[in-house]
Design a protein around this ligand. Structure first.
Ligand code: ATP
Ligand code: MG
Length: 300
């Protein structure tokens, strides 16, 4: 556990997100490498601050090989003068190979075996989170990170809801809009008060992510196109059920079919999907898939 930012030396910028920047840093004494996520917010950005505080609280409770580890959370510029305007720092496990988004940018599509391995790891991660009553709510390629052993882990609980037995989560106005959001999250009203517990929303997102791995771009719009939110939301909430192209194997298509069930009550659950043939078919070859993934990720 890291107890101060003073000894962290910035080496490089790893990426930028909506809320801030992620740096590669080295601990001066131990030489260990970490990722430092810096979230900036304005004086009056109470909502963002609350969201960040929530992220911190969740991260502290999570301890799994399936989830990117958080080694410390710090407030406002502790000992770091060139970051005076920053407000919240997360010292995270460094994931050498970057995100699944980065991998897809370079390689555009992945073989089914690797995608099956990704699906399994993410499902296992979601299973762990469910055990802690945590809904992730922002499963997307840039939040799935890969280390140099080819292990994929879930990161970024910025919009997670810790369930308190009821559905405070669906109505959070600060959860942001994501193209990976499920129909019941886009349009909670439509469900007549019969709110989802939120877990099903993570499954929906996973369905889109694995599909994206197969075609190499966000699947519901053409490659390189920016989402037109109104049209996209309409397609997700009111359009017909979406189906993968038949370049995918029948097992793969059936897996995505179960994930993209519009009615969350009928959608595949984590436990069901962990035993789905698409996930189990390559099981014994998992390490090969992981090696392949890391080759893809690191060769650049
Ligand atoms: P959004 O803000 O919409 O969630 P994002 O997930 O891309 O987008 P960040 O979470 O800030 O934004 O991450 C930015 C990038 O930094 C990621 O896409 C990834 O490439 C890199 N990154 C984040 N965390 C780590 C980490 N622990 N190890 C290595 N690289 C990381
Ligand atoms: Mg992220």
């Amino acid at each position: 556990r890291i107890d101060s930012l003073i000894n962290l030396e910035k080496l490089a910028v790893l990426g930028h997100g909506n809320g801030g920047t992620v740096y590669k840093v080295r601990h001066r004494h131990t030489g260990s490498i970490y990722a430092l996520k810096v979230l900036r917010f304005d004086e009056d950005a109470v909502a963002v601050r609350q969201q960040a505080a929530r992220e911190a609280e969740i991260l502290m409770r999570v301890d799994s090989q399936l989830i990117v580890k958080c080694h410390g959370v710090f407030h406002n510029g502790v000992g770091d003068s060139d970051c005076a305007g920053c407000d919240l720092y997360f010292v995270m496990e460094y994931m050498e190979a970057g995100s699944l988004h980065d991998v897809l940018q370079m390689h555009h599509r992945l073989p089914e075996q690797a995608i099956s391995g990704i699906a399994r790891r993410v499902l296992e991660g979601l299973h762990y989170l469910q055990g802690m009553q945590i809904v992730h709510r922002d499963i997307k390629p840039s939040n799935l990170l890969i280390n140099n052993r080819g292990e994929i882990k879930i990161a970024d609980f910025g919009v997670s809801g810790v369930m308190a037995g009821k559905l405070e989560v669906t109505h959070d106005p600060y959860m942001g809009t994501s193209a990976y959001m499920s129909p019941e999250r886009f349009d909670p009203e439509r469900w007549d008060g019969d709110f989802s517990d939120g877990f099903a929303g993570d499954i929906w997102s996973l369905g889109l992510v694995v599909w994206e791995c197969h075609v190499g771009h966000y699947p519901l719009i053409g490659p390189g196109q920016k989402p037109d939110w109104a049209t996209l939301m309409c397609a997700i909430c009111f359009g017909g059920k979406m189906e993968m192209p038949d370049t995918a194997s029948p097992e793969f298509r059936s897996f995505v079919w179960r994930c993209l069930e519009k009615d969350w009550k009928k959608r595949g659950t984590v436990t069901e999907l962990l035993t789905h043939p698409f996930v189990t078919k390559w099981c014994s070859m998992d390490s090969i898939a992981a090696e392949e993934l890391v080759d893809y990720a690191l060769e650049g």
